[in-house]
Design a protein around this ligand. Structure first.
Ligand SMILES: [Zn+2]
Length: 405
């Protein structure tokens, strides 16, 4: 699992004094999708000191990485994963009795497969375990995506509005990057509102005061309205959202993160590993099965709502790590979203939603060098996202399996 570290590329003939201590690499690819809808043919991206220094077309210099035949993209971003979840020793999703070290190592594995799948940034929503994993990744010693976390969620049992505000301050002090709210039941239990409007408003109001974003688990129309009226940042899931709630979100600038292509499908594919745990019973799985076409119809409605921004978050749990791109593929192949829109969502739109839009999500000079390359052109064949051949995060190459022709 040792990452392949980028080797400094020094051209002896033209090392300028100012560049003497700079490791510069040039990456050439068939084309680049810049994250904002623009394609750059025959592209060369120059990287120095972890940043993109220059983006050129039809450059005639020998590159450090010759990725001919591949398409460069900004490192992908998943705004909603549960990086701690995994199948345990017996292959089941119930993992009680594991040691802290086992749990941390499972999370490290999930981080690794997520990075190798081309996701250089993810938001974990969230677990106390994320804090140490986030630190290890940030130290550069553990190969994983840049990690943001909500650590512990707010729900209807967190307490009174005052107690909820205390909780938000505590989770911020513990290092949370955002606050997660459970404002409704699980979709396996019908998704009805659980937190009161006052509880939701207390959590989102206090988070906003502390400059923290809020991600609200809300399935039912009333729970979505509570999130919008409470000044929250993002509604996630939204399985039962009608065009009226979607319109309201668009008007009030609340971002929407539906999850239609991976999470439910993964539960069904791994039914025996989940069956019998909590609400994963016959009734729960019946909701999951019915939910797939329902959420597809909901997403098609959402695409029609002018001004509604659709983030690309998967809600990936055990069994789904490393497969986040399936959400993008499903949106394009099944829901009919234009590939350029789906690719923009998983790059620059998601970057903006997590307030890192000035650093990641776009291929342009000055941005962090988070770059991936896929086999094929995802604008024409979105399944190219399954064929990630090259991964660079902040200028460090973690994967390069393209035969250098
Ligand atoms: Zn979730």
């Amino acid at each position: 699992m040792r990452p392949i570290i980028a080797i400094a590329f020094i051209s002896l003939s033209v090392v300028a004094a100012a560049d003497a201590q700079t490791s510069r690499v040039a990456i050439h690819a068939a084309s680049a999708f810049d994250g904002k809808g623009r394609s750059i043919p025959n592209v060369t991206v120059v990287v120095a000191n972890g940043r993109i220094a220059d983006v050129r077309s039809n450059e005639n210099v020998p590159p450090t990485y010759d990725l001919r035949g591949l398409t460069l993209l900004p490192g992908m971003i998943d705004t909603h994963v549960h990086l701690d979840t995994h199948f345990g020793r017996d292959g089941r999703a119930e993992t009680r009795g594991e040691s802290p070290a086992e749990r941390a190592l499972y999370e490290a594995e999930n981080a690794y497969v997520t990075l190798m799948a081309g996701f250089t940034t993810v938001q974990s929503i969230g677990s106390p375990l994320d804090v140490d994993v986030r630190a290890a990744i940030a130290r550069g010693t553990l190969a994983g995506p840049r990690l943001l976390t909500s650590i512990r969620p707010v729900n209807e049992n967190t307490g009174t509005p005052d107690q909820i505000r205390d909780f938000v301050r505590k989770v911020k002090a513990d290092g949370a990057d955002l606050v997660k709210l459970f404002a409704s039941k699980s979709s396996r239990e019908g998704g009805g509102q659980t937190m009161t409007d006052e509880q939701v408003a207390a959590a989102c109001g206090e988070a906003k005061r502390l400059a923290l974003r809020t991600w609200v688990h809300a399935h039912s129309p009333s729970s979505i309205r509570a999130a919008v009226n409470g000044g929250c940042t993002v509604v996630t899931h939204g399985s039962y959202a009608t065009p009226a709630e979607m319109q309201l979100m668009a008007e009030r600038g609340v971002l929407f993160e539906p999850n239609i292509g991976l999470v439910s499908q993964n539960y069904l594919e791994n039914r025996s590993r989940y069956y019998g745990i909590g609400n994963f019973d016959d009734e729960g799985f019946a909701f999951t099965e019915k939910g797939i076409p329902m959420k597809l119809a909901m997403f098609k409605n959402a695409m029609q709502v002018k001004g509604l921004e659709l983030l690309m978050g998967t809600d990936a749990g055990a069994g789904a790590h490393g497969r986040s791109a399936e959400e993008v593929i499903y949106r394009v192949q099944v829901a009919g979203q234009p590939a350029a829109d789906a690719l923009t969502a998983v790059t620059s739109l998601n970057a903006r939603a997590i307030e890192l839009g000035s650093r990641i999500g776009t291929i342009a000079a000055g941005m962090d060098a988070d770059l991936i390359a896929v086999d094929g052109d995802p604008l024409k064949d979105i399944t190219a996202l399954r064929r990630v051949k090259f991964v660079m995060k902040h200028g460090v190459v973690y994967k390069n399996i393209n035969p250098q022709r």
